[in-house]
Design a protein around this ligand. Structure first.
Ligand code: GLA
Length: 385
């Protein structure tokens, strides 16, 4: 952190006093300074200073990211009248992110996004006990998962668009996972109003990895409104049904003829209260969709009719957790003057399937030394009139 701060101070000083011809002639460096601002965000209970990075694209779209949990604290998108408003849920007080972030608002999730049954798995004949933080299971990498870690953040020089490089090295055995895992995440805000997220990881021992981003969206720009009027389409003909503790049963069921059919766009609220055993188990939607196709492709679209805001999601992952904010319970203030209430945000967490380390029929999440974990997801915003 110190290094970045000093670099930024030096560059700012030199450009103000015009004595650094080299930097001034270097267009990408200059643009990067204009497009990425760094400021103080808050101090944790242990006294660590947290910094906030504000990225701005050429249209004026803004994203704020902190070096605690790699958390996106704000992301704006235009409505049909060209008005940019914040569309991601968050807290109003920095300490609510630092002291647990119970909903995982905006955070990078690792080492394993979603649940691992009974908080254990076996790899190459050895059983690993990982942190049990969700009933009998492990959720989102454990209590001290990547969402609670200090990420080193550097603005990327010479990048075409404002880009942050976030790095974190997880020690061998952290939260019970084997292998030292070196992780790099890039956040880019492109000029066509897309947030691109690229993940990379390498290990020195066989392990499992499933990284994701846990932003909650509400395209209305008013965090006191529910997301039930948002129209969602998912390119997934099947989903993985779950048991009482939200662990997939291993089945891959067709969505056709069920409330889980989002193959054609429909309001999230349309069937959410239907008499359905899976909806009961999830308290709404909290399930993994098996995405059609492979490679980087469009997998979901969300449209908010009133504002005209549209969000398209692209990923190269095989699955997405569509979560309709069923555990939001109004305990914390939202950013527009109310509370973060039940179903006022939704997540589309791109991922490998939950509990893959214990489910041989699911795509593998194993990573071996010498291999590189790579994954990419794009959240692209536009307007439909
Ligand atoms: C994921 C899970 C949900 C819930 C949220 C965080 O989406 O699938 O069950 O735990 O994270 O509240």
């Amino acid at each position: 952190m110190k290094k970045i701060t000093y670099n930024l101070i030096i560059v700012a000083f030199l450009s103000i006093f015009g004595c650094n011809k080299k930097e001034n002639n270097n267009q990408p460096q200059k643009e990067q300074m204009e497009n990425i601002q760094v400021s103080d965000y808050g101090v944790t209970a242990k006294g660590d200073s947290i910094r906030k990075f504000t990225l701005t694209n050429k249209n004026g779209m803004k994203m704020e990211v902190i070096n605690f949990g790699g958390i996106i604290t704000s992301l704006t998108a235009p409505d049909k009248n060209g008005k940019y408003e914040d569309v991601v849920l968050g807290f109003t007080k920095p300490e609510d992110y630092f002291n647990g972030n119970p909903y995982y608002f905006g955070a990078l999730i690792g080492r394993y996004g979603n649940r691992i049954a009974n908080a254990k798995f076996t790899l190459e004949g050895k059983t690993y006990d990982i942190d049990k933080n969700d009933g009998p299971n492990s959720l989102h990498g454990g209590k001290q998962g990547f969402h609670t870690k200090f990420w080193n953040i550097e603005p990327v020089k010479d990048a075409k668009f404002p880009t942050l490089k976030l790095t974190y090295t997880s020690a061998d055995g952290e939260e019970g996972y084997p292998g030292k895992l070196s992780t790099i995440v890039l956040y880019t805000l492109t000029d066509d109003n897309a947030l691109e997220i690229s993940y990379e990881a390498e290990t020195d021992k066989p392990t499992v990895v499933n990284l994701t981003q846990h932003s909650y969206f509400n395209l209305s720009g008013n965090f006191s409104k529910t997301i039930l009027d948002h129209e969602l389409q998912i390119n997934g003909d099947k989903f993985t049904p779950v048991n009482e503790t939200l662990i997939p049963t291993g089945e891959q069921n067709a969505v056709k003829g069920t409330p889980f059919d989002f193959t054609a766009s429909k309001a999230i609220g349309k069937d959410i209260n239907a008499e359905d055993d899976q909806l009961k188990k999830g308290k709404g939607y909290d399930h993994n969709w098996i995405l059609n196709g492979s490679g980087l492709r469009s997998i979901a679209k969300v449209f908010h009719p009133e504002s005209g805001r549209m969000m398209e999601v692209l990923t190269d992952e095989p699955g997405v957790q569509f979560y309709s904010g069923n555990f939001l319970d109004g305990k914390f203030e939202n950013k527009t003057g109310g509370k973060n209430e039940f179903r006022t945000g939704f997540c589309l967490e791109t991922q490998h399937f939950p509990n893959s380390p214990n489910q041989a029929s699911f795509p593998s999440t194993e990573l071996k030394p010498g291999q590189k974990y790579q994954s990419k997801t794009i959240y692209k915003f536009s307007v439909k009139k």
